[in-house]
Structure formats: C-alpha cells, structure tokens
Design a protein around this ligand. Structure first.
Ligand code: SAH
Ligand code: MG
Length: 214
C-alpha cells in the first residue's frame, strides 16, 4: 500500500517483540498464516490502548497472534476469540497457554456465522475485531454489532485487500476474486453510509476500518 522503501523504513522502526511472539511471526510467514501485518498491528494496538476496552471480541483467531499481542498490550483486558479451523484453534490454544495468557484469552472453536448464542454469553464487548472471511464481513458486523457496549468500536482488518478494492475489476483474473473484491468494496461503502456509526479506513497494513458509534 505504501511503497516498499517506506514500508521497510517503518517496519525497521518497530521495536522487537518478545521472542516467542517473533517466533509466531516467523511460523506464520513460513506457513502462510495470514496474521496481521507488522505496521497494521502496531496501529491497532495503539488505538486499542487509547480506547482501553475491557472486553474484546475477535473473529478469526488463526494461531492466536493478534489475540496475544492485544493481551500483552492491554494487561487488564479480556479477549474472546473465535476460530473455524480446528488445527489453528489448537495451535492458538497452545501458544496462549505457553504465554500464560489463558486466563484472559478465551478461545472458541466454531463458525462465527452461527455462534452468536454462544458468544452472547460473554457480551457486552467494547471492541469488535473482524479478521476472518472477507466475503462475510457485513454478516459478522450485523451479527455482533448489537453485542457492543455503548462506546464500542469495530475494527475490521484487510478492507483494502492489497489495494485490489481500488483497482479496475477487469484487471482481476478470477471470477472468485472479482466477487470477493466487489463484496469488500460494498462493505466499505456500506460502513460509510451507516447512520449511527462513523467510519474511517486507515491505509496501513492491509487496510483497517475503524467504526465508532456517533
Ligand atoms: N487475527 C489473526 C489472523 C486471522 S486470519 C491474526 O492477525 O493473528 C483469519 C482466520 O479466520 C483464519 O484462521 C480462518 O480460519 C478464520 N475464519 C474464517 N472464517 C471464519 C468464520 N466464519 N468463523 C470463525 N473463524 C473464521
Ligand atoms: Mg487480517
């Protein structure tokens, strides 16, 4: 999104993470696990530390990287995180346990599209972090937005999808990709039209939408 040179410059400014966290970053890179980008997570963590949410709901745990980063940044915050993929769910549990964060990070195994009854038990949430299947972003938003507390904020990752949302659709090769990009574009536009929320997209990492009640 920003040019290579600037990105490298910014990434080099970021302080080292705990060794275990850096090992997770390396594992993710080697195994194609789409954890948040380095500059993106920094911005998310900064915003969260300003917001100081007591409880966060994360949709899309993957191996637990972002949940662990949030828990380390916010020592009094509880995180509920849901993951659909069984193997990743187990990997996340291992990492969370290893970091001694299993008291504050509650992992849920399941599909966020039909887990609302289960998740509701943990509500209300002060922050909702959407970071799962991009084609379902609007659904996740609609299902979980009602569980937000009064000053709740919704953070959605990957909304610029490597810049593809801004590109001419005909340049995209597969139909699947075109559909996905169209859906994501519609989601972004929809966020900006909501009466009771205001949104801004921060073009950092893979694009983070920040949506706050008016
Ligand atoms: N937040 C993580 C990365 C998540 S990657 C981090 O930055 O560290 C997206 C994850 O969402 C994948 O592991 C995928 O299996 C999961 N996912 C996709 N659709 C889902 C759904 N409907 N419910 C729960 N998890 C889902
Ligand atoms: Mg992401």
């Amino acid at each position: 999104m920003v040019n290579e040179e600037v990105l490298e410059y910014l990434e080099n400014l970021i302080p080292d993470r705990p060794q275990y966290v850096e090992q997770m970053e390396n594992f993710a890179k080697q195994n194609g696990v789409p954890i948040m980008e380095k500059t993106g997570i920094e911005v998310l963590l900064l915003l969260l530390s300003m917001q100081q949410p007591k409880k966060i709901l994360e949709i899309g745990t993957a191996i637990g990287y972002s949940a662990i980063r949030m828990a380390l940044k916010l020592p009094n915050t509880e995180i509920i995180t849901i993951e659909l993929d069984e193997e990743r769910f187990h990997q996340a549990n291992q990492h969370i346990k290893k970091m001694g964060l299993d008291k504050r990070i509650h992992t849920v195994y399941g599909d966020a599209l039909n887990a609302s009854e289960n998740i509701k038990k943990f509500a209300p949430f002060d922050a909702l972090f959407i970071d799962a299947t991009k084609a379902k972003y609007a659904k996740f938003f609609q299902i979980y937005e009602p569980m937000l507390s009064e000053n709740g904020v919704i953070y959605t990752d990957n909304v610029l999808f490597k810049g593809t949302v801004a590109r001419d659709r005909s340049e995209l090769t597969t139909r699947r990709q075109r559909t996905l990009v169209r859906k994501l574009d519609e989601f972004n536009q929809w966020l900006y039209t909501l009466d009771s929320y205001e949104t801004t997209i921060i073009p950092v990492g893979d694009g983070i939408a920040v949506t706050k009640r008016k």
